[in-house]
Design a binder for this molecule. Sequence first.
Ligand SMILES: Cc1ncc(COP(=O)(O)O)c(C=O)c1O
Length: 391
Amino acid sequence: MDEFRFIDRSLSNAEKYVLREKLFHTDAVQPLWVADMDIATPECVIDAVKKRLEHPILGYEIMSDSAYRAQISWVSDHHGFEMKREWLSYSPSVVASIGCAIRALSEEGDEVIVMDPVYPPFYSMVKENNRALILHSLKQDSSGIYHFDLEYLTTQTTPKTKLLLFCSPHNPIGRVWSRDELSALGAWCLKNGIRIISDEIHFDIVYAPHKHIPLATLSSALLENTITLMGPGKTFNMAGFSISTVCIADETIRKAYMQEAHRIHIGEGAVLSHVAFDAAYSEGGVWHQKLLEHLYANIRMIEEWIINYPQIRFYPPEGTYLAWLDCRGLGLGDRELRAFFVEKAHLGLSPGLSFGKEGSGFMRLNFAVPKSVLADALEKLGRALDHDRKN
Ligand SMILES: Cc1ncc(COP(=O)(O)O)c(C=O)c1O
């Protein structure tokens, strides 16, 4: 498939290349860490941007209603969430929105629940806004599936616990939370007076039979209790456009959030991002289906490969393009594990520990790459493991 052929990004300012030397102390590693794709952004997006450039003035612009409507209809079609236009606002970054939401819904010194392991800015946003972290460890069952434990969570919370910062689908473990899990978690939050910031940025990268359910769709009480964060960055590989949206149905919460957004002048975003966003949601459906097929085939490739390497365990993700590799069977400490991947396998992955203490012994591999790139990475890892086994 043409869209998914190899494209050299090393001469662009791709973060995974620019920061490679700094992070891995060598440029001799294949970078499979940053959560974007080595796959061309859909042509409909590129074409829309080119078309907009035919107009020679690129002054301040406001995101159009048509762009918002395109997202509303995508989210309705794909996730059954009927959003109203007035619930939505622009944000340049989901992480920036998390910061605004934390400030809008809690006071300094309040406690915020974060599930460990998780995308690292979840921790930093809480700490940098002078709130306290309540770390809830996600635990694997006997089939390797991670779960939260509401009984235990009840013992962790205090009257100062105001917020849950939730990742759905979950990076890095690849869970797509089930309806039962979401209902139980939502009911628990309502019972305990805890508001929810639900980061759903990975919501379009989900593999059948799993289905993403926006937390806010479960009941009207949850709709009023949740800030949902979403965007096209992961779905259409357009994170470089810095565009996402914030959905808040409750008017009081929305006002509080907007006040924080104004305080840091979130603004209205960039003209080329607006048209890219509109085109992606209006015309990107077919491309998105092909992408999911490609990513699913890559999961199968890892599954087939790993049969020969039982020292690494891999539970296929239900969503996201991130493989969470359980490397504890190698018997290495986190430092040695990272060195093994860099020095022996020549691969630049994200160390599990960077996602929290529950990530110890794991590595996260981004498989949103052309097949040839994944095959090459697995071959390198296989060679390093074979060599290790012999010695
Ligand atoms: C769960 C999650 N939230 C947010 C982001 C980043 O979003 P943004 O670039 O819009 O801040 C990422 C990127 O990997 C992510 O995995």
